[in-house]
Every structure is written in structure tokens, then in C-alpha cells.
Write a protein that binds this ligand. Structure first.
Ligand code: NDP
Length: 435
């Protein structure tokens, strides 16, 4: 706390893990006297660098780039790159720390990392995005590699940005390798990767409901965000017979009581992915829907809530409102979207609650599958990848149950995910000695 006092998001993520893992360490002698958690909270390496690029007006812009290489005990560092003006060392350290546990939970051999820049892609031309991505990779390339560190996308980094960065990496290194995941289909990408985080989150919610002899079918579902994760969570909910009521962005949310059907979702994808517009434009085409400026969707009556936008987007009051309105299942698509107060409310009400490190692990798991396909120089079918994703989400769910079952038979998915993720990494660190 003394060393990281100025990093609130990082402290929040560490505290949540420490609260559940420390009692486990106390009860397990092999970890005694090893300072294992203290070693895990210190990044193996934190790189910060200058990114200079020229905008369309010919002016020189300067941004700050980062890569946090958090833990490589069980495999090469792996985790996304975020381009957003709020990016700083605290946010990236929290994301990298979460990533270590998440990647461990997938059962695939991936360490944890995260990176990005305070660059704001909003309102930039394609050429500006390209120049920025090339400049960013102009430094990052020397710190990453298919056996060292394999970045992916995150907020503000999708297929377009990954393409530009891959192009520059290939030019600088003169080699075609699986150094980034989330690549385009024709140049090493995996089928289902764009869908994986959103689909995986819904599969996880489905697994939690199944344990209660219930399912997504017929449920009213509230989703926040309208980016990559939110879009495909919405697609899967509809496919499984649920009714998607809301989507949002940083401007506000839309409510469509008739449901955001597959056809309407196509229009959302056009607005957000092609036109790069605002979610408010949805009501221009579907006037029976309503737009609520500057608000989040948590006051809408629902059975299931899927926060899929960003960290700390759902607070204690929002949680109380959701519970009062009958919500019985919350599955996090974003990283740490619920504040500690919100989590406290969910736990007090004993509703199903899945932390992002378990429920949104489908994306990185499929990135792991992309790495395997790249190494094998093979391309698996859509069905094959989707089946593997479903199996992985079920395995993660079962690990949470194994480590998180309470005496009354209910499941503390937070404790389950934290301990299951911790054990594998901690054991590898012990085996490798003090390095
Ligand atoms: P996108 O950039 O595709 O979409 C982000 C969405 O969240 C947009 O709708 C954006 O609105 C909204 N948003 C971003 N910041 C804020 C904010 N401060 N307040 C309100 N809304 C905001 O990102 P992703 O969908 O990829 O990521 C969403 C979340 O999921 C993040 O927490 C990410 O870390 C997590 N995640 C993503 C994975 C992936 O595979 N992509 C994997 C695992 C987790 P606007 O357009 O207005 O900015």
C-alpha cells in the first residue's frame, strides 16, 4: 500500500484478491514464509515510452505508451492493449494483475501483462490511427515476441489497430509470427476471436444458471457498453432466447423494450464499428426505443445484468437498484466494472455474481487458441473453436465451484476464481525459486 498508494485501481484489484487469497495461504503451509503475494503484486517489468506521431494537420503529437509485464511464471506475458485517454500506470497494473489470474484460470500456458496508451482514437482519421499504431509499435516491438509477450486488443484496440501494429512489427523484425492476437482471418487470426469475450461471458452466466436448474431463455437482460464485448454478449443472449433490453456508451444508454434483436444488433455494429458513431443514433432508426443521455442502464428492470463497458461503471447504489428490481445474476464482461460496494451488495443479497477474471476469460482463452494455431500453422473451424471455448468456460466455472463452495452449497465465485487462479501461478513460482 505504501509503495502503490497513488494507484487506486491497482490497490482495489489487489485488495479484492488479497481478501480471499490470504486466508488460503494461512491454511496452506507450502506458501508460508515465501512472501508469494508480495512477489505477485510487483510487475516483473514496467515499460513506459514516448510515442510521437504527426496528425492530419501536420502537427506533432506526443503520447505515452506502456507495457506492464506482470508475471511470466506459467507462460509468455499475454494481455491486451488499451488506447483511451484515461490510461495510466495504475489502470494498466490493475488490468495486468487481473490478467495473471484470468490467464491461469483458462488452464492455458499464458502469463499476464497489459499495455496501451493515453492516445484517444475518437475522432481520428484512419490515417492518423495508422500513424499512431506504427509509432507505438516502433518502440513496443523490442519488448515483445511470440515466446516473450503476445499483446491483444482491449478498449480502443480492435482488428484495425491490430492490423496496423502487426504490419509494423513484421516490417521491423522481418518475420511473420504470432506476436499479436486478434489478427484478421486471412493473416493468422482465429475464427470466433472477435466474438469470444462476449460469448464466453454468456456461456459463464449460462453455467451459473444451470447449476440452479435455470437458463438464459426468457430472461430480461441489461447490457452496458456497445463495443466488442457488449455486441457479442448481446448476440449470444438473443441466440439463447433471452431479451436484450439495453446497450450504452460513454454518452448514455438506449432502452428497447421490444428487445435488441439480431437484425437491430447489425445496425448497432454498423453504427459503432463502421460509422464509428454514437449509440444514441439507434433511436433514429428504431424510434420506439428511448435514449437516456448521461445515464447508465442499471435502473432498468431485469433478471440478468452484464456490465461490458469499463471499470467501476456499476456502484453500490446501482447494485441496490438492480437487486430491488429482481436481478438474480450479474456476470462481468468488462474488467472490474463493479465497485467493491456493489460487490458487497450482490454478496449480501446472495445473487449469482461472476467476477470478470472468470467470466470474461473467453477472449484471452481464444487468443491462446490463436497462438496454438499460429505455432502449428493450422486453422481450426468456427465450430471447433466455439466448442473449445464452451469447454474452457465450463472448466473455469467448475474451478470456481471447487474453490468457492460455501457450507450452504452456494458459490462465492470471487473466492473461487481468485484461489483457483492463484494456486497454479504460485506453485510455478515456488518451483522456479526466488527470481
Ligand atoms: P471497446 O472499445 O470495443 O468498447 C468499449 C465500450 O465501453 C464502448 O461502448 C465505450 O463507449 C464504453 N466505455 C469505455 N469507457 C467508458 C467509460 N469511461 N464510461 C462509459 N462507457 C465507456 O472495448 P471492449 O468491448 O473490447 O472492452 C470492454 C471491456 O471488456 C473492458 O473493460 C475490457 O478491458 C474488457 N475486456 C475485453 C476483452 C476483449 O476481448 N475485447 C477481453 C476481456 C475483457 P464509447 O464508444 O463512448 O467510448
Amino acid at each position: 500500500r505504501e509503495r502503490n498508494g497513488h494507484e487506486p485501481e491497482f490497490l482495489q484489484a489487489v485488495q479484492e484478491v488479497a481478501e480471499t487469497v490470504i486466508p488460503y495461504i494461512v491454511n496452506h503451509k507450502i506458501y508460508h514464509g515465501k512472501n508469494i503475494l508480495l512477489r505477485m503484486v510487483e510487475p516483473e517489468r514496467l515499460i513506459s515510452f514516448r510515442v510521437c506521431w504527426v496528425d492530419d494537420k501536420g502537427e506533432i503529437q506526443v503520447n505515452r505508451g506502456y507495457r506492464v509485464q506482470m508475471n511470466s511464471a506459467i507462460g509468455p506475458y499475454k494481455g491486451g492493449l488499451r488506447f483511451h485517454p484515461t490510461v495510466n500506470a495504475s489502470i494498466l497494473k490493475f488490468l495486468a494483475f487481473e490478467q495473471v489470474f484470468k490467464n491461469s484460470l483458462t488452464t492455458l500456458p499464458m502469463g499476464g501483462g497489459k499495455g496501451g496508451s493515453d492516445f484517444d482514437p475518437k475522432g481520428k482519421s484512419d490515417n492518423e490511427i495508422m500513424r499512431f499504431c506504427h509509432a507505438f509499435m516502433g518502440e513496443l516491438f523490442r519488448h515483445i515476441g511470440p515466446n516473450t509477450d503476445v499483446p491483444a486488443g482491449d478498449i480502443g484496440v480492435g482488428a484495425r489497430e491490430i492490423g496496423f501494429m502487426f504490419g509494423m512489427y513484421k516490417k521491423l523484425k522481418n518475420e511473420f509470427t504470432g506476436v499479436l492476437t486478434g489478427k484478421g482471418q486471412s493473416w493468422g487470426g482465429s475464427l470466433i476471436r472477435p466474438e469470444a469475450t462476449g460469448y464466453g461471458n454468456v456461456y459463464f452466466a449460462q453455467n451459473m444458471l444451470k447449476r440452479k436448474n435455470d437458463s438464459i431463455k426468457g430472461k430480461r437482460v441489461v447490457i452496458s457498453g456497445s463495443g466488442n464485448v457488449a455486441q457479442y454478449a448481446a448476440e449470444k443472449v438473443t441466440e439463447l432466447g433471452g431479451l436484450v433490453l439495453t446497450l450504452s456508451d460513454s454518452g448514455g444508454y438506449i432502452l428497447d423494450e421490444d428487445g435488441i434483436t439480431a437484425e437491430k444488433l447489425k445496425h448497432v455494429m454498423y453504427i459503432k464499428n463502421e460509422k464509428r458513431g454514437r449509440i444514441s443514433e439507434y433511436v433514429d432508426k428504431y424510434p420506439s426505443a428511448k435514449y437516456f443521455e448521461g445515464e447508465t442502464p442499471w435502473s432498468v428492470k431485469c433478471d440478468v445484468a452484464l456490465p461490458c463497458a469499463t471499470q467501476n461503471e456499476l456502484n453500490g447504489d446501482d447494485a441496490k437498484l438492480l437487486i430491488r428490481n429482481g436481478c438474480m445474476c450479474v456476470s462481468e464482461g468488462a474488467n472490474m466494472p463493479s465497485t467493491p460496494e456493489a460487490i458487497h451488495e450482490f454478496q449480501k443479497a446472495k445473487i449469482l455474481f461472476a467476477p470478470g477474471k472468470a467470466s470474461n476469460a473467453g477472449g484471452v482463452a481464444t487468443s491462446g487458441l490463436e497462438m496454438s494455431q499460429n505455432s502449428l500453422r493450422l486453422s481450426w473451424s468456427r465450430k471447433e473453436v466455439d466448442e473449445k471455448l464452451k469447454d474452457i468456460m465450463e472448466d473455469i466455472h467448475d474451478s470456481c465451484v471447487q474453490y468457492g463452495e460455501n457450507e450452504d452449497g452456494s458459490i462465492d465465485y470471487i473466492r473461487g476464481a481468485n484461489i483457483a487462479g492463484f494456486v497454479k501461478v504460485a506453485d510455478a513460482m515456488l518451483a522456479q525459486g526466488i527470481v
